[in-house]
Ligand binder design. Structure first.
Ligand code: SAH
Ligand code: TYD
Ligand code: ZN
Length: 405
């Protein structure tokens, strides 16, 4: 059994999703032979309670020039990140010479507003193609993995940062000791490190087990994040629950003693204690709920197939790799997936080999049922696809339980 990636403590394994492919490795139809697989299983540290994957995928296999995920594919997320930028511009970035660094800036969804405001910024993003998209929007990007050495170089060449920000990226990084040393090297005295990621509290509450995949190495709680921050000389000074991506928490971290933790920190810690979120029985019960969703979904799709219904899916999310491969879904149960991302279209979903087509294919000939893989964008997608429902189409959801709406 491996040791905790944060504190070296003992890990207890809870849920095993079996052999899984890389969630964002959409394959060309003639290249299904050489897919990479790993064992996806979730464990919790008996000492610091950090929930984490048991097996680590080498980072260059996931984040390379052609990494396909584009943050700007959702209008709700574009609005969300515009608000984030304006919050920083109005608060932490009001000194004489403000500077913000974003880790995992992707296609520039957040930094564009900072750049438009004429404020000094730098995105650190290893994936080349999305970094180019950000540059075309006027965003400065360094094509690199953020780690201690990158942070030291940035501090030397560009100066220290008031804010280091990351969305849906810190949970992707197993080597957080190096990240915290980097943050310490790059952050100005009094500066703040802010990151937002899927919240384990929401994942348990909604049984959103598809948040577990190769890239999501950690599933954070306030308790585990605070323990980690303190271990590395920092403190958790604020938390904010966010509705995006099915429920996230935004954590604010500063050097120990520099800021007073808000009441929200104590409140969320107390709520987690009350829910017994970090206790073995809770994580075991989560595993049982996961297995029930799998069984219900497979039963529903099998029944629809037997009845001769047409079923497609919507949103070729990274999350759906876990659902499709864990439930054994393939093109015989789900004929294709509709997705707006050019780099995913006309490829096959990893492991499960369901073809991905642009939304025009969906709209030209609606299926009777659409399995909503991008359930986190349900409001946006259902509004955009009102025509599907008007034509008698039905959505299949599986979070928090399997149902047809
Ligand atoms: N912040 C965006 C993108 C999230 S996807 C959003 O919230 O929508 C995660 C991004 O992190 C990817 O673009 C990936 O290439 C990048 N990433 C992964 N490891 C990283 C690291 N060590 N340093 C910086 N970026 C990293
Ligand atoms: P998302 O749920 O944001 O992330 P992840 O891949 O990490 O699970 O992915 C949403 C996917 O759905 C993305 O490939 C774009 C696609 N999409 C559409 O096809 N249409 C839409 O209207 C929206 C909002 C997303
Ligand atoms: Zn630990």
């Amino acid at each position: 059994m491996s040791a905790c990636r944060i504190c070296g403590g003992n890990l207890t394994e809870y849920v095993d999703f079996g052999r899984q492919p890389l969630s964002d490795a959409f394959v060309k139809p003639d290249q299904t032979e050489n897919e990479f697989f790993f064992r996806l299983a979730v464990a919790m540290c008996e000492a610091c309670t950090m929930v984490q994957l048991v097996e680590e995928v080498p980072r260059d296999r996931m984040f390379h020039h052609d990494y396909p995920y584009q943050s700007s594919g959702s209008s709700v997320m574009r609005k969300h990140f515009e608000l984030v930028a304006h919050r920083f511009l109005d608060s932490e970035l009001t000194s004489d010479d403000p500077f913000i660094v974003e880790i995992g800036s992707n296609d520039g969804i957040m930094l564009k507003a900072v750049s438009d405001a004429g404020i000094k910024h730098l995105g650190v993003e290893p994936s080349g193609a999305v970094g180019e998209m950000a540059r075309s929007k006027g965003v400065r990007v360094r094509t690199a993995f953020f780690e201690e050495s990158t942070a030291t170089e940035i501090a030397e060449s560009e100066g220290h940062a008031d804010v280091i920000y990351a969305a849906n990226t810190i949970c992707h990084i197993p080597y957080l000791d190096s990240i915290f040393r980097g943050v310490d090297a790059l952050l100005k005295p009094g500066g703040v490190f802010v990151f937002e990621d899927p919240y384990f509290g929401d994942i348990v509450e909604k049984t959103s087990f598809d948040q577990i995949y190769d890239e999501h190495f950690y599933l954070f709680t306030a308790r585990s994040v605070r323990a980690m921050a303190q271990r590395f000389g920092f403190d958790l000074v604020d938390v904010e629950r966010l509705p995006v991506h099915g429920g996230e928490v935004r954590y604010s971290i500063s050097r120990q003693g520099e800021r007073t933790p808000t009441a929200a920190v104590a409140a969320l810690l107390a709520e987690e204690d009350e829910r017994r979120l970090a206790e073995p029985a809770t994580v075991e019960a989560f595993g049982a709920s996961v297995r029930k969703i799998r069984d219900d979904l497979v039963a529903l799709l099998t029944k629809l197939k037997e009845e001769g219904r047409t079923v497609a899916a919507y949103g070729a999310t990274a999350k759906s790799a876990t659902v499709a491969n864990y439930c054994g879904l393939g093109p015989e149960l789900v004929s294709y997936v509709s997705d707006t991302t050019p780099a995913k279209q006309h490829r096959l979903t990893p492991g499960s080999h369901i073809p991905v087509y642009p939304p025009e294919v969906f709209r030209e000939n609606y299926p009777e049922y659409a399995l909503l893989f991008a359930w986190n964008h349900a409001d946006e997608i259902m509004a955009n696809e009102q025509g599907f429902r008007d034509a008698g189409g039905k959505w299949i959801l599986y979070v928090p339980e399997v149902r047809v709406v």
